[in-house]
Design a protein around this ligand. Structure first.
Ligand SMILES: Nc1ncnc2c1ncn2[C@@H]1O[C@H](COP(=O)(O)OP(=O)(O)OP(=O)(O)O)[C@@H](O)[C@H]1O
Ligand SMILES: [Mg+2]
Length: 288
């Protein structure tokens, strides 16, 4: 696999007193307020928070899709003021183009960079092999399962070797087994290329398994409530003989996250309230 974002390369993200307001006029809504964080180059940070607290909005600001209404977001000291391939986004649902074969979808970012067909196909095939999709390069997205589509989506994001990988509940729709496989795969690719990763999840176990650090957000309008170091050595084991999730330190940190999430009210707008409660309660139950 090529390594165009080797360890030690840049990717430091900062947010200083960031507020994000969505919509205009009487519909305007402050989704996050006074968010401050520094994420070092190559760090893997997970964001946890109740439904509606502004996690996706925060990622959208880092992607450059939403402008800050106060404060500023920077990458390596440069203000983020629009989308750029140096910041790759992976959503919960794939964004593969239905009319392109998997190989061409994965290679698409390289095409945009002006890289010739032969070379971009060579790189895309190598990465597809890596995510277990070598035999499916010529299929269209609709001919892949959900887990396969998501693997192709991640391969697509990784191939452009972004300095920052923004992931919004990327494994949320996957079954437990595929999810565990994808987490391991993501950690493999991350340890090789060391992009800075900002990963949003509702799943405390997932955050504790993946992250160097977990930022827990308050309910809407969201702000950073707590910044937790995840001290477990890597690679983190999750097997039959030894399983990180049964270690006392893991359980203690999980309890801390649960307590922080439990003591928060759900996002206030009435229309959101019912679904937010259901979702939040479900995520807390599955984590306990
Ligand atoms: N276009 C918009 N105009 C006004 N408010 C919006 C708009 N889009 C989202 N919001 C509000 O912003 C808040 C934050 O939304 P966001 O999607 O960032 O939350 P989230 O933390 O990602 O939630 P979830 O965990 O459910 O995905 C929500 O209360 C939502 O209702
Ligand atoms: Mg969201």
């Amino acid at each position: 696999m090529t390594s165009r974002n080797p360890q030690g390369s840049a990717g430091r993200v900062t947010l200083e007193h960031v507020a994000l307001t969505l919509g205009d006029g009487p519909q305007a809504f402050t989704a996050v307020r006074d968010v401050n964080m520094t994420i070092e180059a190559g760090e893997f940070v997970c964001i946890l928070g109740p439904s509606g607290c502004g996690k996706s909005t925060l990622l959208a600001a880092l992607a450059g899709h939403v402008a800050t209404s106060a404060g500023q977001a920077t990458l390596d000291g440069k203000r983020i003021d629009g989308p750029h391939p140096e910041r790759g986004m992976v959503f919960q649902q794939h964004t593969l183009l239905p009319w392109r074969k998997t190989l061409d979808n994965v290679a698409f970012g390289l095409k945009m960079q002006g890289i010739g067909k032969r070379e971009r196909h060579r790189q895309a095939r190598a990465l597809l092999e890596r995510v277990g999709l070598g035999a499916f390069a010529d299929r269209y997205p609709a001919q892949l399962s959900g887990g396969m589509q998501q693997r192709a989506e991640i391969a697509r994001a990784m191939l452009i070797a972004p300095r920052v990988l923004l992931m919004d509940e990327p494994f949320g729709a996957l079954d437990a087994q595929t999810r565990a496989m994808m987490q391991a795969l993501l950690l493999d690719v991350w340890s090789e290329r060391k992009p800075t990763v900002v990963f949003v999840t509702h799943d405390i176990d997932e955050a504790l398994f993946l992250a160097d650090r977990i930022l827990v957000m308050s309910a809407s309008p969201g702000t950073v409530l707590e910044d937790l170091q995840v001290p477990f050595a890597r690679p983190r084991e999750r097997g039959e003989t030894r399983d990180l999730v049964t270690e006392p330190e893991f359980i203690a940190l999980k309890r801390r996250c649960l307590a922080l999430l439990r003591h928060q009210p759900i996002a206030s707008p009435a229309a959101d309230h019912a679904t937010a409660s259901v979702r939040f309660n479900r995520s807390v139950q599955t984590a306990s």
